[in-house]
Design a protein around this ligand. Structure first.
Ligand code: ATP
Length: 365
């Protein structure tokens, strides 16, 4: 028996997409390769214009790659038109039929596929249950809320049991609270149906909340693929570190390295241990990245970096301390608040920063 859990659902191999003439046109995807596993909640994350939707459209079959292949369960799908691909898409605009009821909208795709009436009825009932909309089955979709419309759009896309569901920023029209609710709802739907979800967003928090793995994209390239943990804790390059969460950058000198462990010299002259990816040699000037929650404020003698407090921002659960380091750059320390904490640091005061050995990471770029 093949190992089903590790089977690739979609395998994108060296895909390039040029809009316009091949040699002078706009390169929207620059030789992208990524394997998306069966039953995975996979997110394409990146800023506007980086090529996320283009990749989704190629998988759906709405457009063709200029070069490269897209495999579905090991088979090249280049020859299959969109309606023959076992893939369905949920768009940002739900594109529901306003004059039809919720149930009729969900049934529509199945009827187009000529599924028997009894099967359609059973499947619609199942889908209504899945998205918890049974009580609104006979309501017109023009008379339900945005969140409810989103659920109907999902039910309609899931009804024909696609192998892969593509979701193009489907939550962006919803308000913050509803979006948070729908993120958990989508995660539940993916878990219950076992369908591979490929989700497109530019919202890093959304990606971290829902995904099994994330591909971070920039300017037509995939920069890093990993679990939310890997992407957040071990960003491979500066763009990824900056795009996902808040972070501090420190310029340092690489003294030595042994596998993943490096010794680096900070601007203060102090040497510390840091983690490292490939691509550097002793003597290189490197960028270190330290997350604000991994650093602490300390009295000057124990400090790795020293500076003056510029701002203290109280955010309820956390307090953010912004220091102007003696090197001139700003460094943020995030402290989780608890009862009984007394704030000793105020703007204008001298303070130091420390972090555990190995917490800092040397970036590839
Ligand atoms: P957003 O988050 O804004 O939707 P995106 O990452 O999904 O962005 P794409 O829609 O994939 O970005 O577009 C990638 C790039 O390709 C953009 O610069 C866009 O202007 C360009 N592009 C997309 N479609 C076409 C087209 N048909 N002709 C020319 N350029 C295009």
């Amino acid at each position: 028996m093949p190992d089903e859990t590790n089977r690739n659902s979609i395998d994108v191999r060296g895909v390039r997409k040029v809009f316009g003439a091949v040699d002078t046109g706009f390169v929207a995807l620059d030789t992208v390769s990524v394997a998306i596993r069966q039953n995975e909640f996979f997110t394409l994350l990146g800023p506007s214009g980086c090529g996320k939707t283009t990749l989704l459209r190629l998988i759906a079959g709405f457009d063709f790659p200029t070069a490269g292949q897209i495999m579905l369960y090991g088979e090249d799908i280049a020859g299959l038109p969109p309606f023959k691909r076992p893939v369905n898409t949920v768009f940002q605009s739900y594109a529901l039929f306003p004059h039809m009821t919720v149930a009729q909208n969900i049934a529509f795709g199945l009827e187009m596929l000529d599924r028997p009436k009894a099967e359609v009825a059973t499947r619609v009932a199942e889908m209504l249950r899945l998205v918890r909309m049974e009580h609104l089955a006979d309501r017109k979709t023009s008379q339900i809320s945005g969140g409810q419309q989103q659920r109907v759009a999902l039910a309609r896309a899931l009804a024909p049991q696609p192998k892969v569901l593509l979701l193009d920023e489907p939550l962006s029209a919803l308000d913050y609270k509803l979006r948070k609710e729908m993120q958990l709802e989508l995660k539940r739907l993916q878990g219950e149906t076992g369908i591979t979800f490929i989700f497109v967003t530019h919202d890093q928090e959304e990606a971290l909340t829902m995904s099994d793995r994330i591909a971070v994209m920039s300017a037509g390239k995939i920069l890093q693929v990993g679990t939310p943990h890997e992407i957040y804790d071990s960003p491979a390059e500066r763009f990824v570190a900056e795009f996902i969460g808040e972070t501090n950058f420190i310029e340092a000198d690489l003294i030595a390295h042994d596998g993943d462990n490096a010794r680096v010299k900070l601007p203060s002259g102090q040497e510390i241990g840091a983690s490292l990816q490939e691509g550097h040699k002793p003597g290189d000037k490197v960028w270190l990245v330290v997350r604000p929650e991994h650093a602490q404020l300390v009295a000057a003698p124990q400090a790795m970096l020293a500076g003056t407090i510029e701002n203290v921002v109280y955010l309820g659960t956390d307090t953010h301390f912004h220091l102007r380091l003696d090197t001139g750059s700003i460094f943020t320390v995030r402290r989780q608040n608890a009862r009984g904490i007394v704030d000793l640091y105020e703007p204008g005061q001298r303070a130091g920063v420390a972090f555990a050995d190995g917490t800092a990471r040397v970036l590839r770029d």
